[in-house]
Write a protein that binds this ligand. Structure first.
Ligand code: S3P
Length: 427
């Protein structure tokens, strides 16, 4: 896919439903009683894998519209073990959360995934689930994963060794059918969509700044979830519109959960002109409209404590930093090395040939800003959806355009991304 330089970005847009919340709505709906109506479902390769997975487990999912699902729950322990392995495709969120949901079911479940997913650490979920009483076997710490559920799970108190909402969520889903309360302690807070949705489904959830405790609820009833737009899907437009002079973009109905919007805070302290209006609560989640006008930026440092609030946006931060006055850096982001690609390597290796002055470190990167557009050239997504979108943003910002190899990876989270970007690009 060739992305031509743009003069500015102008327009009003909406983005697909939040991927994290869409996965959770289907999984929690499957564990609930009765029907869960999911409106604004963010349809993508990743979330379709979740729908296919719950169907393989015996759940009926109706699809009255592309972004509208009805999940017929089977109750907390009502999932059935299929004869075939369950294919989690590229979706780490699916594999990790499903492992938690299956820990309390009866039967043996094999979870497989694509080459990228098979390279990602799974011992981080196996270990706490084994402590709770499930049998979980990894393949040298990675997928494929075999879960043998138990009807005698025990609640635990567990401190997350890495800041990971996926691990926290796997434990909370297993805790639903355990005996006794479960507490997850997180030294650095991560996204809390699971807690919020479980609370909406009638579970007693005690939330403190760095821990969450749930009591097994007996049953869940979700009924309805309206999924806000995905902040991570809005992020490429936030960055591109900030950096292209004369831009003015409004993104409607975007999820603004404070544990997801670290990029807003970082861009604002760099000097961005972003305004949030119509802020309101949708279910347990904040949502609003975001207006962006172009601005000149100054470099900044991102500390380890900030990382989970913008973990999926760090590749885009690298590009923003390349336009900012002075030096910028990220520390404490070693988790980037175990995402859909090693994102410290892919961001530095793919942006440098385009003209970005970026250097990798063990757990982050640093960028020297220059006041002119990067030259452009060719880059490869390496099968990583966030890198494909990064390439497209680099393309509109460049002087000569960018050829993005493997651009179709964007469909992992955002199938209409390139068309939407083109629709707001003024040349
Ligand atoms: C996600 C959590 C994050 C994030 C991923 C989605 C989730 O991963 O990078 O894209 O939905 O819980 P970790 O929890 O592993 O950091």
């Amino acid at each position: 896919m060739r992305i031509e330089p743009a003069g500015s970005l102008v327009g009003h847009i909406g983005v697909p439903g939040d991927k994290s919340i869409s996965h959770r709505a289907v999984l929690i709906g499957a564990l609930g009683e009765g029907e869960t109506h999911v409106r604004g479902f963010g349809r993508s390769a990743d979330t379709e894998a979740t729908v296919a997975a719950v169907r393989a487990l015996g759940i009926t999912v109706e699809e009255p519209a592309d972004d509208d699902l009805v999940v017929h729950g089977a109750g907390l322990r009502g999932l059935h073990a299929p004869a075939e392995p369950i294919d989690c495709a590229n979706a780490g969120t699916l594999m990790r959360l499903l492992a938690g949901a299956l820990a309390g079911q009866s039967g043996r479940f094999e979870l497989i995934g694509d080459e990228s997913l098979r390279s990602r650490p799974m011992d981080r979920v196996a270990e706490p689930l084994i402590r709770m009483g499930a049998t979980v076997a990894t393949t040298d710490g990675r997928a494929p994963l075999v879960v043998e559920g138990s009807d005698a799970l025990r609640g635990i108190e567990y401190t997350l060794p890495v800041p990971s909402a996926q691990v926290k969520s796997a434990i909370l889903l297993a805790a639903l059918s355990a005996k006794g309360a479960t507490t997850v302690i997180e030294p650095i807070p991560t996204r809390d969509h699971t807690e919020l949705m479980l609370e909406a489904a009638g579970t007693s959830v005690r939330r403190r700044p760095s821990s969450v405790t749930i009591e097994p609820p007996g049953s869940l009833r979700l009924s309805e979830v309206t999924v806000p737009g995905d902040f991570s899907a809005a992020a490429p437009f936030l960055v591109a519109a900030t950096l292209l002079a004369g831009s003015e973009v409004t993104i409607h109905d975007v999820g603004l959960n404070p544990r997801r919007t670290g990029l807003l805070d970082v861009l604002e302290r760099m000097g961005a002109r972003i305004s949030v209006f119509n802020r309101r609560k949708l279910g347990g989640e904040w949502v609003g409209d975001v207006g962006i006008r172009s601005a000149e930026l100054t470099g900044t440092e991102i500390s380890p404590e900030e990382v989970p609030r913008l973990v999926d946006e760090l590749p885009l931060f690298a590009l923003a930093a390349s336009f900012a006055r002075g030096e910028s850096s990220v520390r404490g982001a070693g988790e980037l090395r175990v995402k859909e690609s090693d994102r410290i390597e892919s961001v530095t290796n793919e942006l440098r040939p385009l003209g970005v002055r970026i250097r990798a470190s063990d757990d982050g990167f640093s960028v020297r800003g220059v006041p002119s557009r990067p030259r452009g050239g060719r880059m490869d997504a390496g099968g990583d959806h966030r890198i494909a979108m990064l390439g497209a943003v680099a393309g509109v910002l460049s002087r000569e355009g960018v050829e993005v190899g493997g651009a179709d990876a964007a469909a992992i989270s955002f199938p209409g991304f390139f068309d939407l970007l083109e629709s707001v690009s003024r040349r």
